[in-house]
Design a protein around this ligand. Structure first.
Ligand code: HMG
Ligand code: MG
Length: 299
């Protein structure tokens, strides 16, 4: 059966903007985050502490955090891949959560974070300990849960093993990334079933990119299994710099329209989201990737 409410984790300011060719001015990223908060979002991934050589779009994350108003009834999250990133994060205000990010495919792990899956887990352990000492929540990502741009098919058992390792390490939630958006609903179901045998389904989130237009169908499939946390990007911003051709995350507006239509609560204001999405789309120089936003703005 479907959940009665879903928590949306907005990843546009991080996953979306990290892949835009043009670096978005810091003031625009801050305006985006403020607009998302006003549309009702209470869980927003705002940046990352990674190498500016690899991801220059996120280099101004400290300035963004410094400019945000505190969010007492929600939290801002950032990606932290290693202790060097943790040093930088600890110098910033407003962080309520960090995310560590692993992959279910060895090739993707090497391309994305320059180490094997096992090495990444070793690197994350001290990062998690420091985050917990700071009172920060820790979220864990697994990439390539329905396929890898370099290796193709990824066994669901491998996804379950990596998810379980992150959960044991102290992540309160595991976000399962269809990085290249290749999954289809039956695979989405068997992937979630395999992971849910190791990690409670209430601790799982779906993070689906929409490259092949399958994200909403896959979300519907996993909602039915009890997944009640969905990652999305306003206007469908995004992609992945280490997955050529990957499109953005599923658009927040599209997810919200589907959920509200099914009587599932999100606490979000669809029209406000569409307006915020339209503005950031014009900043990055393209039209919104959300069909729902196009429709409601044309009304
Ligand atoms: P590394 O092991 O040191 O090796 O970094 P490297 O060769 O990849 O990078 C080396 C350079 O980064 C060195 O600088 C380091 O000092 C520096 P250089 O000597 O060349 O001038 N460095 C750092 N700089 C700033 N902050 C740091 C840091 N650490 C090292 N924390 C690292 C490993 C992971 C940091 C690096 O490879 C990297 O930044 N990779 C980019 C990772 C990334 O941001 N990927 C995109 C996000 S993940 C994603 O989108 C997937 C997700 O959405 C889920 C899904 O959809 O599947 C989460
Ligand atoms: Mg992603």
């Amino acid at each position: 059966s479907f959940p009665s409410s879903v928590r949306i984790v907005e990843v546009g300011p991080r996953d979306g903007l990290q892949n835009e060719k043009n670096v978005v001015p810091t003031a625009e990223r801050i305006a985006l985050i403020n607009g998302l908060r006003q549309a009702g979002l209470r869980h927003i991934e705002v940046g990352s502490f990674v190498s500016p050589k690899w991801v220059p779009q996120m280099a101004d994350t400290p300035q963004v955090l410094a400019a945000l108003p505190p969010m007492a009834d929600g939290r801002y999250a950032v990606l932290v891949p290693n202790e060097r990133g943790m040093d930088a994060a600890e110098a910033c205000p407003n962080i309520g959560e960090i995310a560590i990010f692993a992959a279910a495919s060895e090739s993707f792990s090497h391309k994305n974070i320059n180490c094997s899956i096992a090495e990444s887990l070793e690197r994350f352990a001290p990062v998690v300990a420091r985050a917990q000492a700071n009172g920060w929540a820790v979220r864990g990502y697994v990439s390539c849960v329905m396929g890898c741009p370099y290796e193709g098919d990824v066994p669901v058992q491998r996804v379950a093993e990596v998810a379980a390792a992150l959960y044991r390490m102290g992540c309160y939630e595991i976000s399962l990334g269809d990085t290249v958006g290749v999954g289809t609903p039956r695979l989405a179901k068997s992937m979630i079933e395999a992971v849910a045998a190791e990690v409670p389904v209430t601790a799982l989130a779906a993070h689906f990119h929409d490259t092949y237009g399958q994200a909403l169908a896959n979300l519907l499939a996993v909602l039915e299994l009890g997944v009640a946390v969905i990652d999305s990007s306003v206007a469908g911003l995004g992609g992945c710099p280490y997955a050529a051709g990957a499109a953005g995350n599923v658009a927040t507006e599209d997810v919200v329209y589907m959920l509200h239509g099914m009587g599932i609560e999100t606490g979000l204001d669809l029209m406000a989201l569409a307006v915020v999405g339209q503005r950031i789309s014009s900043v990055v120089g393209r039209s919104t990737g959300s069909k729902v936003a196009r429709a409601v703005l044309a009304r």
